[in-house]
Write a protein that binds this ligand. Structure first.
Ligand code: FAD
Length: 420
């Protein structure tokens, strides 16, 4: 219904999920498979998510495989990496070899987010209880006596129509700059735990078999093969230092990048033509002060934001959805989706994501720190640490996260693994 044409159109659902990223779509599919009616509100019309998380840890792969979506996503195109490597001037300091890990999913998977999201969405669309409002942005909450009962949203096209989605529970899965969080007046604590930002770019270049963190000249660089046949590079630079560097002109930026990646210097010269080919990620950690209110739950990046180091964002987002699924099913059954009912779930996820943040800080210090002292200490410390048995258990933790989170397929209504 167009503005001014009367009351906005209303949609009714059990759960209204705002944000069709990994967290939102995984939760949508889980809830649909358990017979719930789900309305998904996603502002983007496309599933293109360039310069988003592409590296999927074994833990996330395992959960998505149990849900029956990993294979279809992989078939759309991906690259397996044997693990990650920390290299300094050609010397391997840490060889995080995932092939030695137990389990079927012993690799780091470079999987474009659009492949994962396309597969999740395709599976959701096969359920009659699914209403997908894409190209629609949330701009208000429906609140009754301090409980959230739905959202107000409007199309992002030239003739925006307004709709109201009413639901027993609204899930904010709308990313690090969450609108739902802001509308719910939930403060967000941004924490500057990391000393670097990352400048991303892609090159047609020789494929890598591992995710590399290498230091050749200047600050460290992340590199991995990205589908179909490009190498994605992330040049780390001092936190908030980019604006000053960029003000010196594109030539200066390019020279610094070429010096940081000597093996790709020619490719940078030929393929990076201007600032438009570079994408800056402001690296920070953060957490919403409240993850639940009566009728409202925040999951994924909207509740907790992570550094790209250690590739944990998607894993944690998928885990949040998997952990929330049985709780929301029970809440719908009991007609109680109060903050109190959601509190144990929130406490469990806050504990796990807090542990991951601490692990990422450790990884960041070990792999990306600069300065003369750390330049001297880091290689020795890295070599030493990587040879201890404790390191193997840290590696398992990085790869799998909380192994207590498992898909509750016993709550699924249908018996098949999913529509063809
Ligand atoms: C450059 C970069 C590299 C990264 N690399 C990795 C990596 O290699 N591995 C890894 O695991 N993680 C990585 N991450 C982190 C990872 O991408 C995120 O943690 C993950 O995508 C979080 O999933 P999410 O579903 O919570 O949020 P998002 O993926 O951010 O999805 C949020 C969705 O909400 C939608 N939305 C936002 N506002 C509104 C609104 N008002 N109304 C409707 N819809 C809205 C957005 O369009 C989006 O689709 C990286 C992140 C970045 C930025």
């Amino acid at each position: 219904m167009k503005p001014g044409a009367g009351r906005p159109a209303e949609v009714y659902a059990d759960v209204c999920i705002v944000g069709g990223g990994p967290a939102g779509l995984t939760l949508a599919l889980l809830m649909l498979r358990s017979g719930a009616r789900v309305a998904l509100v996603e502002r983007s019309r496309s599933l293109e998510r360039e310069y988003r998380g592409e590296i999927l840890q074994p833990g996330g792969q395992e959960l998505l495989a149990t849900l029956g979506v990993l294979e279809g996503a992989r078939e759309r195109g991906c690259h397996e990496h044997d693990g990650f490597r920390l290299e300094e001037h050609g010397r391997v300091l840490i060889d995080g070899n995932y092939r030695r890990l137990p389990g079927t999913f012993n690799c780091l998977l470079s999987l474009p987010q659009r492949h994962l999201l396309t597969e999740l969405l395709r599976r959701c669309q096969a359920h009659p209880g699914f209403v997908s409002l894409t190209g629609t942005r949330v701009n208000g909450l429906v609140e009754e006596a301090s409980a959230v009962r739905g959202v107000v949203c409007s199309g992002t096209g030239s003739e925006p129509d307004t709709r109201v989605v009413r639901a027993a529970c609204v899930v904010g899965a709308d990313g690090r700059y969450s609108t739902v969080r802001r509308l719910a007046r939930i403060p967000y604590d941004r924490v500057e735990l990391f000393d670097q930002d990352v400048l991303w770019f892609k090159l047609a270049a020789r494929a890598t078999r591992t995710v590399r963190i290498f230091r050749a000249g200047g600050s460290p660089v992340l590199a991995y093969t990205s589908f179909p046949d490009q190498v994605q590079l992330g040049w780390t630079l001092p936190h908030r230092g980019y604006r000053e560097l960029a003000s010196r002109g594109f030539g200066e930026v390019k020279d610094r990048i070429r010096a940081a990646v000597p093996e790709y210097a020619d490719a940078v010269e030929e393929q990076i033509g201007g600032f438009k080919d570079l994408s800056l990620l402001d690296v920070f950690a953060g957490s919403a002060r409240q993850w639940a209110r009566d009728g409202l739950l925040l999951i994924g990046d909207s509740a907790h934001t992570h550094s790209p180091i250690g590739a944990q964002g998607i894993n944690l987002a998928v885990q949040d959805a998997v952990a929330a699924h049985p709780v929301l099913c029970e809440g719908l059954r009991r007609r109680d989706l109060s903050a109190r009912m959601l509190a144990p779930l929130v406490a469990q996820r806050q504990d796990e994501t807090g542990k991951m943040t601490r692990l990422q800080v450790m990884q960041s210090r070990m792999m990306l720190s600069s300065g003369r002292l750390s330049g001297f200490v880091r290689p020795k410390a890295a070599l030493l640490v990587s040879r201890t048995p404790a390191y193997r258990s840290v590696l398992r933790r990085i790869a799998y996260g909380d192994r207590g989170v498992a898909v509750r397929s016993d709550l699924f209504h249908e018996t098949e693994t999913g529509p063809a």
